[in-house]
Design a binder for this molecule. Structure first.
Ligand code: MG
Ligand code: ZN
Length: 389
């Protein structure tokens, strides 16, 4: 008998045994009881949820340094943190991260709108739409990408872009603005989902000029790029803040209020690429969109604005910088996501619910509670969602 082999086998058996004893990511202990609020929070008419993908505190401060020591984010007075771990990993991906916000369940990495058992749960956007609220999605990536997709679609894996596109066609959305047109028109099944969108009552727009022509009350599907738009520091214009303003103006015509999700999608990509300037410019761009939401909420008085992130990306640290030149000296510990808590900012009726340290799934719970909503559909097998047409 080869003793080396026996030793190697024993070692691997030991490792397997060790692995089996690692506790699951989700801690078994119950969360500490939060202090009861002294008065029930007021219910907002509208909710705008802005997600900075990969936006940790270093990304935010890098944006401040790059923007003459100011971000719109500094207007918020109510702040908290969320724990971002997913069902199966202390480090979440954007699928599980956004699904935590959209269905209120910790799920496995790569999941889109489905829980850990792949059952499709009604998303907060879908429930809001069923209650008569107008709903919208704006992103600086393909609309089929993990973050926006998690509010609209239900598939077991984030790479199922064509299935996700199909769910956009059948969604209750009043509007969506982003990229990913190729998943609607260059499909393996040969279908023309742009035409199918129009059949379902959407006006489609593939350019910014066309987008501005769409009548105010009409449903709007703006697919402005084949996939993702360019980086902000490589020529993308200020479409994100402008699309945010346009979405607010359009959704605000609905008497029963609205739910809008806006994503600063590429802060994360700057982190993955370990490119400090990419992060800084995406952060400032996202912050401009936040400013539009805050300006509206201040005037409107019945709008809750929530800004948060799904996770941090890059293990980004600030090794230096100069407010005068706007130069930031970044350092990275990773090209991936990290496990740190990320901040939450809230303004408007119910904002106090988002302070302190909470779980990412609490964002969903607070929105549903503030609007006194329950999902109208029980969880179903993901395949059962509208596969037939
Ligand atoms: Mg994203
Ligand atoms: Zn990422």
């Amino acid at each position: 008998m080869n003793m080396k082999l026996v030793f190697a086998f024993a070692c691997s058996a030991f490792l397997v045994a060790c692995k089996a004893q690692v506790p699951p990511t989700a801690p078994a202990t119950t969360a500490p009881q939060a202090l009861k609020p002294v008065a029930p929070p007021a219910s907002p008419k509208n909710i705008i949820l802005l997600i900075g993908d990969g936006m940790g505190t270093s990304q935010i401060y890098a944006g401040m340094i790059g923007n003459n020591n100011f971000l719109e984010l500094e207007r918020f007075k109510q702040l908290g943190f969320i724990k971002t771990y997913s069902f199966d990993n202390i480090i979440t991906d954007s699928g599980a991260g956004a699904t935590a916000f959209s269905i209120g369940q910790k799920t496995y990495n790569n999941a889109i709108g489905v829980a850990g058992d792949t059952l499709a749960h009604e998303t907060v956007l879908e429930t809001a739409a069923k209650s008569g609220r107008a709903t919208g999605v704006v992103a600086t990536c393909a609309v089929t990408h993990a973050t926006p997709a998690s509010f609209v679609a239900h598939v077991p894996h984030r790479e199922m872009h064509e299935d996700i596109a199909w769910e956009y066609v059948h969604s209750p959305l009043q509007l969506f603005i982003g990229g990913g047109r190729k998943y609607f028109e260059q499909r393996k099944d040969g279908r023309d989902l742009m035409a199918e969108l129009r059949m379902r009552g959407f006006y489609t727009a593939t350019t910014e000029a066309a987008l501005l022509e769409v009548p105010q009350q009409a449903r709007l599907a703006a697919l402005l790029w084949d996939d993702a738009p360019a980086k902000k520091n490589e020529g993308r214009n200020d479409i994100l803040p402008r699309a945010t303003q346009l979405a607010i103006d359009r959704l605000n015509t609905n008497e029963k209020g609205f739910f809008l999700m806006v994503e600063g999608s590429q802060i994360d990509w700057g982190g993955h690429a370990n490119e400090t300037d990419y992060i800084v410019q995406e952060m400032i761009d996202f912050d401009q969109a936040i400013g539009k939401a805050l300006d509206f909420a201040e005037k409107n008085g019945e709008t809750l604005v929530i800004v948060t992130a799904d996770h941090e990306t890059g293990g980004f640290a600030l090794a230096g910088g100069d407010f005068k030149t706007g130069k930031v000296k970044g350092a990275f510990t990773s090209t991936k996501h990290t496990a740190v808590m990320v901040p939450v900012f809230a303004y408007g009726p119910g904002a106090e619910m988002f302070t302190g340290i909470q779980e990412n799934i609490d964002i969903y719970k607070h929105i549903m509670n503030l609007w006194n909503l329950q999902p109208s559909r029980k969880p179903v097998r993901w395949e059962a969602i509208k596969r037939a047409n």
